[in-house]
Design a protein around this ligand. Structure first.
Ligand SMILES: Nc1ncnc2c1ncn2[C@@H]1O[C@H](COP(=O)(O)OP(=O)(O)OP(=O)(O)O)[C@@H](O)[C@H]1O
Ligand SMILES: [Mg+2]
Length: 275
């Protein structure tokens, strides 16, 4: 069985009088791609930010690589964060920086790398996400939506993280661009054996990438498991999510992929996780 990379225990979140999370428990295993789904405002981005240590839950604990985030001092937290990359839902790039400088930023922040080395590394990262070097001097506003996502992914991978967070990675992309971005993610995941936590509402993205899916609804995690298993859950939100022709096709595609191309980065995942 794969080892846990993230452990969320008895997590509660409250903003003023609004309770967003009520006793959430979730384990993310090394090498898996876990998809987090739920309605708008169900607390997906907040949970991601808590896993990154950017926000602290009201109650409960988040451990990453075996260390409790809120018990870590700022130095330890910074070290843990450098083992993670993130593609945020909005504002994926700094608009005032070129493509090159956006990707170089996390490398320069380390203050240990020579500028020549950074240059080679940035060009290598661009190549690995399928962006030609000639675009390096462009500003984000000059890029297409698909290119912005790719550059943001290159920046997320700048420090060779083991853990990658993706918040709606294919939102706003047309079906072709979305499909090619998903293929890129699949390739990089396999190559780098990343552990990925991905928020998505897109069935095709889910079907093509997720090993397991976790469903947030009414402040709780109502199901966690492989797509084929969660899709059979009788909860109304889940029925609506997977209903119709697209839902049926997505589940079939996920099952077929699981059988034909099992994730080589995981040593085995639990069928069912108590929620
Ligand atoms: N800093 C904050 N202060 C007050 N309320 C907040 C804050 N951050 C989030 N919320 C509220 O918490 C709830 C969950 O927000 P969150 O952004 O995590 O949802 P989400 O599931 O990512 O939604 P979406 O699918 O629309 O991106 C929302 O009702 C939001 O308004
Ligand atoms: Mg969100």
């Amino acid at each position: 069985m794969s080892e846990p990379v993230i452990e969320v225990r008895n997590l509660w979140t409250r903003f003023g009088r609004q309770i967003v999370h009520r006793d959430i428990n979730l384990t993310v295993y090394r090498g898996e791609i876990l998809a987090l789904v739920g309605g708008s405002g169900s607390g997906k981005t907040t949970l991601l930010r808590q896993m990154l240590g950017l926000e602290r839950p009201g109650r409960g604990e988040v451990c990453v690589f075996g260390k409790s985030l809120h018990k870590s001092d700022p130095d330890e937290l910074l070290k843990l964060r450098r083992r993670s990359g993130v593609l945020f839902q909005e504002g994926a790039l700094f608009s005032a920086l070129t493509v090159f400088d956006n990707i170089a930023l996390p490398m320069r922040e380390l203050r240990t790398l020579e500028e020549d080395f950074i240059r080679d590394l940035v060009l290598f990262k661009l190549q690995s996400v399928g962006i030609e070097a000639k675009h390096a001097s462009k500003m984000p506003a000059e890029l297409s939506g698909g290119m912005v996502k790719r550059v943001a992914l290159a920046r997320a991978l700048a420090l060779e993280p083991e853990l990658l967070f993706l918040d709606e990675p294919t939102a706003g992309l047309d079906p072709d661009r979305s499909e090619s971005f998903v293929q890129l993610l699949r390739g990089l995941h396999r190559e780098l054996c990343l552990t990925v936590v991905m928020v998505t509402h897109d069935l095709d993205t889910l079907a093509a990438l997720a090993d397991r899916v976790a469903v947030l609804c009414e402040q709780k995690l109502i199901a966690v498991g492989p797509v084929r298993e969660v899709a059979q859950n009788a909860h109304q939100f889940i029925c609506n999510f997977f209903q119709g022709e697209r839902g049926r096709r997505a589940v079939e595609a996920a099952v077929k992929r699981e059988q034909e191309q099992p994730n080589a980065c995981v040593a085995g995942l639990p069928e069912k996780q108590g929620v």
